[in-house]
Ligand binder design. Structure first.
Ligand SMILES: Cc1cc2nc3c(=O)[nH]c(=O)nc-3n(C[C@H](O)[C@H](O)[C@H](O)COP(=O)(O)OP(=O)(O)OC[C@H]3O[C@@H](n4cnc5c(N)ncnc54)[C@H](O)[C@@H]3O)c2cc1C
Length: 384
């Protein structure tokens, strides 16, 4: 298991006092939906959004593993899963690809605001035609002088309803397959950009999600991340960060839930004994423990391999399937272990379950991750 240094522990402790206040009022915020702006102001003040960005832009300059270690603490300490999801989206959607692929001019213009959280960011990959099949998207970009003209619609854009800056993925040449995809940095005020309102959803309700429409939207060539045709490489880099960061937050949430269930199963008595002494209850808690430990190890190991430049395609896919499915199972077990109380809104456990389900869908569904693993094993599918 990964050995954390004293420096790491101090770093996590430095942020720990924020977590409870970030999650304050999370049950009401879930009921109301939408990004809780007062909490977002506290997120900004906490400095969490600065973690992996260079000091030059106002960041903390942490490496990926240290960033994940702090984010795991966030998941453990903050009960607002939607807010945590929006924090991760803010970190990975535009800042990470900008830092890695953006020009010096773009970085200077946008990274300070992203680090500070005054510029809210999102990324728009999925569209009505292209979901799991990203290259099936309908969004196109055509060259026009020094600019590109973007046309199409996007759906399920996390942070979209409030975003100031959006990375939009569009097809610049559909005949080139993966080399025909390009990532564009689009500012909200650009003519032809229309961001829809928050769309109601099952969970993660404090993380706004909406549609985005681009009609004849003129974007300067200088706003391309990397080069035209490099969109798939940009997306691959971002998806690795997204999976590692958002699911390590869920590991923290699973750890918190496990501790809570152990405490409840020790205290709650039925038939004259603590319910944790019944094997069937203990088994569920043991499975929660196995789920959180395996997810944690796979995520940190995959991150380490990624940082070292190893091919971690299979590792990331395994880590994503493990963590997302373990989180759903753990959330469902917690409801069961708390009995009728688990079903009540006031315990927050039914919200945890609703929040967890999305994890098997975003960042590539469980099915697509399994397809990726099968491909890496040399197994060819018949249709895709
Ligand atoms: C909470 C949340 C936040 C999101 N945030 C963002 C965001 O910020 N930006 C963004 O661009 N998108 C976002 N998404 C969208 C998400 O990435 C897509 O929903 C996901 O990629 C699946 O695409 P789809 O919904 O079109 O489903 P589809 O691709 O239509 O898939 C439907 C079902 O069919 C299965 N399926 C598809 N193809 C195959 C196959 N070849 N073999 C087996 N099964 C298959 C899928 O696994 C799934 O179960 C978000 C989604 C959610 C739920």
């Amino acid at each position: 298991m990964y050995e954390w240094s004293e420096e790491h522990r101090e770093l996590r402790a430095e942020f720990a006092h924020w977590y409870e206040t970030l999650g304050e009022g999370h049950l009401e915020a879930d009921r109301d939906s939408g990004l809780p702006m007062r909490a977002w102001e506290r997120v900004r003040a906490s400095g969490l959004l600065r973690l992996p960005f260079h000091a030059e832009w106002g960041g903390r300059g942490l490496d990926l593993l240290s960033t994940m270690y702090v984010l795991e603490g966030l998941g453990e300490g903050c009960r607002d899963g939607g807010l945590c999801f929006s924090i991760c989206t803010q970190i990975v959607s535009a800042g990470i690809p900008l830092q890695r692929f953006g020009s010096a001019e773009l970085k200077a213009r946008h990274l300070p605001g992203i680090c500070d959280g005054g510029t809210i960011t999102a990324h728009a990959i999925t569209d009505p035609n292209g979901g799991s099949d990203v290259l099936g998207m309908g969004m196109t970009a055509k060259p026009d002088g020094d600019d590109w003209i973007l046309d199409g619609d996007k759906v399920f854009v996390t942070n979209g309803p409030v975003a100031d800056l959006i990375v939009v993925y569009a097809l610049t040449d559909a005949s080139l397959g993966p080399f025909g995809l390009t990532a564009f940095l689009v500012e909200r005020g650009t003519e032809g950009v229309l961001a829809g309102a928050d769309v109601p959803k099952m969970g993660l309700r404090t993380s706004p999600l909406g549609e985005l429409s681009l009609r004849g939207c003129r974007v300067p060539a200088a706003n391309v991340l990397g080069r035209p045709g490099m969109g798939f490489a940009v997306l691959d880099h971002v998806m690795r960060w997204e999976i590692l960061c958002s699911f390590i937050v869920q590991v923290g949430a699973m750890q918190h839930r496990l501790d809570r269930c152990v405490e409840h199963a020790t205290r709650r008595r039925q038939f004259g004994r603590p319910i944790g002494s019944f094997q069937m209850v203990a088994d569920q808690i043991v499975d929660m423990k196995i789920g959180v430990e395996t997810s944690r190890r796979w995520l940190y190991d995959a991150a380490e391999g990624f940082v070292r430049g190893r091919d971690v395609t299979t590792d990331i896919a395994i880590a994503k399937v493990l963590a997302s499915e373990a989180n759903v199972k753990s959330a469902l077990s917690a409801v069961q272990i708390f009995g009728g109380r688990g079903y009540l809104t006031e315990t927050g456990l039914e919200k945890d379950l609703r929040d967890a389900v999305g994890g098997t869908i975003y960042s590539g569904t469980s099915e697509m991750q399994r397809i990726r693993i099968a491909r890496m094993l040399g197994l060819k599918e018949s249709q895709t």
